[in-house]
Ligand binder design. Structure first.
Ligand code: DMJ
Length: 844
C-alpha cells in the first residue's frame, strides 16, 4: 500500500495526530516475499508466544514470590534487593526508591500479555502497599520513566478495562492520583536557573531542604533532562494540572537552545545551572539516546510540530556525522567529523526502532543487522563493543533495546527474518540467563557468568516487545496502534493529542531546514524500494558475515601453529600471552566438529585456535600516511592526495616503488554487490565508495574481479585529510590474509579531486605509496666535501715542505650513498663526506 502522509498543518499545542503511529506502520508495511527466512506458521508463532508467556510468569512470579515488596529481585540469591541492605552499586541503585519498582514497571505488561486477573491483583497491591514519600534519594530520570510512566500506563489500562464494564469496576483513578503525587515529588528537581532538572531528588525532602542529602550536583545527562516530556505531558493532560508539562517542555527548550549550532548535535552531559556543555561527545547511545526518542514521540503523542522539526534537524545531523553504516559512532559535537571513540554502547540498539518511526528503513536494517551479528557472536549485546566487534565491556543486564528494534523492523517490513531474530532472543534468554529464581543479568558475555540482578526494565520492556512480535493484532487485548511506547515501553494513548494541552507555545522556533522525503510525509516501503519486495534482505546481505560468525568452514580461523618447545610445556603459550595473544587449545574446539583427526597431533606441534585478540590494542595506533600520486599527463606527479592505510591487504611500506596503475570506478560504486565491470577492472586500480558493507568485503570482491589495488573514497560529504585524522581501515573480524592487493582510503575532498580527474581525462595513472616515498619530492640537497692530497708541484712555493690536505667544496645533486660506496670501494684517495645543505628557502 502506498500512502503519502501529506504535509499537515499542526499548531503548537493543538495538533491532532491520533492515528499517526498506526499510519506509519501501515504505510510502511508491504507484502514481502523471497526473504532469507521462511514465513512462520501460525502454530509456530503461537508456540513461541506461549514460551514467552511462560518466561514472563517465571520472572514475574519469582519477583512476587521472593522479592516483593522490595524494588528488585536478586535472582541468584532468590530474595529482594532492598537499598541500604546490599552493597552499594553507585548510580544503578538510584532507581531503587523503596516503592516496589518491579511491580509498578510490570503493570501494563500484565495487560498486554492478557494476564488480566494478575493485573487487577497487582493494581490492588500497588494502591495498598506502595509509598512514594520515602526519605530516599532517587534518580529523577529513572523514577520518571519507570515509576511515573508505569503508574500512568497502568492507569490508562485500568481505565480501558473499566470502561469495558467487565473488570476494575472498583477502580477510582487511584493510580493517577499516585502518579500526580509522584509528579509533585519530582518537581523540586526543576528548581534551577536554567530549567534543566537536577539529576536526583529526595522523595520526601526534595532538593533544597537540608535533610534532602542531594542538590549539590551541577551536571546532568542530556537524556536525563530530555526524557521527561511524555510522562509529564501525559500527567498534565490526564490530571488537568498544567505544571508538569510546562516544566518538561522548558527543559526540552533549553536543550534545543544549547545545541551546537554548527553541527546541530548535542553533547552528553550539561551543567544544570549555566547550561554549558560538560561532555561534548555526541552519539545516539548512553547519555543522549532518549532525548532524540522523546522529540519524535512528543510530536506523535502531543501533536506539536515544533518537536518534529527539532527532531528532523537533529536527525539530519546524526545521519551526517554519527551514522557510519552499519556503525553509529560518537563524534565531537564541535568538530563532528572526528570520531571520539572506537566502540559503541548497547543502548544505541534502540536507534533502528526510532529510524523505523521516522521511516528511514535502510540504515535501520543495516544497523540492526550489525547488532544481530554481534549477538550471534556473544549471545547478547555486550554493554560496549568495538568497531571490530570485540567486547569492550562484557556486561549484559538483559537490556531490551535490540528486541525493541527487532519488533519495529518486523512491523515495518513484515519480513519473517525478524521473527527468527526474535526467536533467537527467546532461546538465548532461556539458555544463558534463566536461573531457578528468574532471569539473571550476564556479568560477562565472554564467560557467561551471572550477576545477582534482574532489572525492572526486563519485565517492563523485553516481554512486551517479544510478545508483540509474535502476536497478531487480533490476539491483543488493546489496539496497540492507538498507543505510543515511552522509553520504558509504557503505553500512553495517542488520543492525548486531542486533550487540550496546558502549555504555551514553544519559545524557540527551529531553524529552517530543507525538507527531505521524510520530513512531513509517510514514506512507504514501496516509495523507498520500488518493486523490490526483498529490499530488506538485499540490504542485510552486505553485513551477513560482519563478525565472521556463520561464514563457511574453510574460512574458519583455526590454524595449526608450530611452537618450538615441548609438546606438553606451557611455555610457548605463556610466551604468546606475554605478547598479548590469547590462544585456546584446539582440543576444546574440535571434539564437536572435526572428531579425532585433530587429536593425533604430532609431537612438537600445537594445534590451536588463534583467537587473535591482542588484548591491549593501543587506542591511538600510529597511522602511516600514504599517498595517491597522479602521475599521468597532465598531472605528472604534481597532484598528491593524502591517503590512509588498511590493517590488511598489501603493506605498501614494504614496497620499494609502490603500486602503479590506472584507475577505474567500480560498478556498483559501493562494491557491495557483484561487480559488473570486472573486464574493465582487470589489472587496474579500482575506486569504490565507502559504506553499506565492510571494507574487507569490498576489497575481496574487487580483487576477485581482477583489480590490482583499491582506493576507497569516503561517503561523508566534506571530509578531508586536513580536518580529520587518518585512520586505518580494519577487516571484518575474519582472517584477511586472502586479501593481497593494496588498499588506501581517501576522504571525500581528496576523493573528489581524483574522480574529477578521471572524469576529465579518462585515463589517469596513479601511484600508491607511503608519503615519505613520494616521487619527485625535493630531497635535501647534499653537499660533497672532498679531500685530496695535492700533487707535486701543484701548490705554490713555500707550501711544499709538508703534506697538505686541500678541501674542495663541490655541490652535487646526484651524490648518493652508492657514490660514496663506490668511492670507498675503488680505493679512490679522495675522501668524501656528505651533509645536508641548508634549505635555501629558509635562508635569511
Ligand atoms: C530502560 O530503562 C530505558 O529503555 C531507558 O531509556 C534506557 N535503557 C533502559 C533499558 O536498557
Amino acid at each position: 500500500m502506498v500512502v503519502n502522509w501529506t504535509r499537515r498543518e499542526t499548531h503548537s499545542c493543538g495538533g491532532f495526530v491520533m492515528a499517526l503511529a498506526a499510519m506509519i506502520f501501515s504505510c510502511l508495511l508491504i507484502g514481502v516475499t523471497g526473504q532469507d527466512a521462511q514465513a512462520m506458521t501460525a502454530e509456530e508463532k503461537s508456540k513461541i508466544r506461549d514460551q514467552i508467556l511462560e518466561m514472563f510468569d517465571h520472572a514475574y512470579n519469582s519477583y512476587m514470590d521472593y522479592a516483593y515488596p522490595a524494588d528488585e529481585l536478586m535472582p541468584l540469591s532468590c530474595r529482594g534487593r532492598v537499598r541500604g541492605m546490599e552493597p552499594n552499586r553507585g548510580d544503578i541503585d538510584d532507581s531503587l526508591g523503596k516503592f516496589s519498582l518491579t511491580l509498578i514497571d510490570s503493570l501494563d505488561t500484565l495487560v498486554l500479555l492478557n494476564k488480566l486477573d494478575e493485573f487487577e491483583e497487582a493494581v490492588r497491591k500497588t494502591v495498598r502497599d506502595v509509598r512514594l514519600d520515602n526519605d530516599i534519594v532517587v534518580s529523577v530520570f529513572e523514577t520518571n520513566i519507570r515509576v511515573l510512566g508505569g503508574l500512568l500506563g497502568a492507569h490508562v489500562m485500568a481505565d480501558v478495562l473499566k470502561q469495558r464494564g467487565e473488570r476494575m469496576q472498583w477502580y477510582r483513578d487511584e493510580l493517577l492520583h499516585m502518579a500526580k503525587e509522584l509528579g509533585y515529588r519530582l518537581l523540586p528537581a526543576f528548581n534551577t536557573t536554567s530549567g534543566l532538572p537536577y539529576p536526583r531528588v529526595n522523595l520526601r525532602y526534595g532538593v533544597a531542604n537540608p535533610l534532602s542529602r542531594t542538590g549539590t550536583e551541577s551536571d546532568t545527562c542530556t537524556a536525563c533532562a530530555g526524557t521527561m516530556i511524555l510522562e509529564f505531558a501525559a500527567l498534565s493532560r490526564l490530571s488537568g494540572d498544567t505544571i508538569f508539562e510546562e516544566h518538561a517542555r522548558k527543559a526540552m527548550d533549553v536543550l534545543w537552545e544549547k545545541r551546537q549550532r554548527g553541527s546541530d548535535l548535542v553533547g552528553t552531559v550539561i551543567n544544570i545551572h549555566s547550561g554549558d556543555w560538560v561532555r561534548r561527545d555526541s552519539g545516539v547511545g548512553a547519555g543522549i539516546d532518549s532525548y532524540y526518542e522523546y522529540l519524535m514521540k512528543a510530536y506523535i503523542l502531543l501533536g506539536d510540530k515544533v518537536y518534529l522539526e527539532r527532531f528532523n534537524t537533529h536527525y539530519s545531523a546524526i545521519m551526517k556525522y554519527i551514522s557510519q553504516p552499519p556503525l553509529l559512532l560518537n563524534v565531537h559535537m564541535h568538530n563532528p567529523t572526528v570520531n571520539v571513540r572506537s566502540w559503541m554502547d548497547s543502548l544505541l540498539a534502540f536507534f533502528p526502532g526510532l529510524q523505523v518511526l521516522r521511516g528511514d528503513l535502510k540504515p535501520a536494517i543495516e544497523t540492526h543487522e550489525m547488532l544481530y551479528q554481534v549477538t550471534k557472536q556473544h549471545n547478547f549485546l555486550p554493554e560496549a563493543f568495538t568497531t571490530e566487534f570485540r567486547v569492550h565491556w562484557g556486561q549484559h543486564p538483559l537490556r531490551p533495546e535490540f528486541a525493541e528494534s527487532t519488533y519495529f523492523l518486523y512491523k515495518a517490513t513484515g519480513d519473517p527474518y525478524y521473527l527468527k531474530v526474535g526467536q533467537s532472543i527467546v532461546e538465548k534468554l532461556n539458555a544463558h540467563a534463566r536461573v531457578p529464581c528468574g532471569f539473571a543479568a550476564v556479568q560477562d558475555v565472554r564467560t557467561g557468568t551471572h550477576e545477582d540482578r534482574m532489572d525492572s526494565f526486563f519485565l517492563a520492556e523485553m516481554f512486551k516487545y517479544l510478545y508483540l512480535l509474535f502476536s497478531e493484532k487480533s490476539q491483543l487485548p488493546i489496539d496497540i496502534d492507538d498507543y505510543i511506547f515511552t522509553t520504558e515501553a509504557h503505553l500512553l494513548p495517542v488520543s492525548l493529542s486531542t486533550t487540550q494541552p496546558s502549555c504555551h507555545t514553544n519559545n524557540t522556533e527551529p531553524q529552517a531546514h530543507e525538507d527531505d522525503l521524510f520530513s512531513y510525509s509517510c514514506p512507504s516501503a514501496q516509495t523507498l524500494f520500488p518493486n523490490n519486495p526483498t529490499f530488506a534482505k538485499t540490504i542485510r546481505d552486505g553485513y551477513k558475515y560482519l563478525t565472521g560468525v556463520g561464514r563457511a568452514q574453510q574460512a574458519s580461523p583455526v590454524r595449526g601453529i608450530e611452537l618450538p618447545l615441548h609438546d606438553t610445556g606451557l611455555e610457548p603459550v605463556e610466551f604468546l600471552k606475554s605478547m598479548g595473544i590469547s590462544l585456546t587449545p584446539l582440543t576444546e574446539l574440535i571434539s564437536a566438529s572435526q572428531g579425532s583427526a585433530f587429536q593425533d597431533s604430532q609431537k612438537g606441534v600445537f594445534k590451536l585456535k588463534l583467537v587473535a585478540e591482542v588484548s591491549q590494542t593501543p587506542e591511538h595506533e600510529e597511522v602511516v600516511p600514504l599517498i595517491v600520486q597522479l602521475i599521468s599527463p597532465p598531472f605528472l606527479g604534481r597532484t598528491v592526495l593524502t591517503a590512509g592505510p588498511a590493517k590488511f591487504g598489501m603493506d605498501l611500506t614494504k614496497q620499494e616503488h609502490g603500486v602503479k596503475g590506472s584507475i577505474v570506478k567500480s560498478v556498483p560504486y559501493m562494491a557491495c554487490g557483484p561487480i559488473e565491470n570486472a573486464v574493465e577492472l582487470q589489472g587496474h586500480i579500482a575506486l569504490a565508495l565507502r559504506g553499506d558493507c565492510m571494507f574487507a568485503a569490498k576489497a575481496r570482491r574487487l580483487q576477485e574481479a581482477g583489480a590490482i589495488g583499491v582506493i576507497f573514497i569516503d561517503h561523508r560529504e566534506g571530509s578531508s585529510s586536513a580536518e580529520t585524522p587518518l585512520f586505518q581501515m580494519v577487516g571484518d573480524g575474519e582472517p584477511t590474509d586472502d586479501i593481497t592487493v593494496p588498499l588506501v582510503f581517501l576522504f571525500s575532498k581528496e576523493g573528489a579531486t581524483l574522480t574529477a580527474a578521471l572524469q576529465e581525462h579518462h585515463n589517469v595513472d596513479v601511484l600508491l605509496l607511503p608519503k615519505e616515498k613520494q616521487l619527485g619530492k625535493e630531497k635535501p640537497e647534499k653537499l660533497n666535501i672532498k679531500f685530496r692530497l695535492a700533487k707535486e708541484g701543484e701548490l705554490a712555493e713555500g707550501e711544499t715542505e709538508s703534506t697538505t690536505i686541500q678541501l674542495v667544496l663541490e655541490q652535487s645533486e646526484s651524490a648518493t650513498e652508492t657514490d660514496t660506496e663506490a668511492a670507498s670501494l675503488t680505493g679512490d684517495n679522495q675522501k668524501t663526506c656528505t651533509f645536508p645543505q641548508k634549505d635555501p628557502k629558509n635562508s635569511p
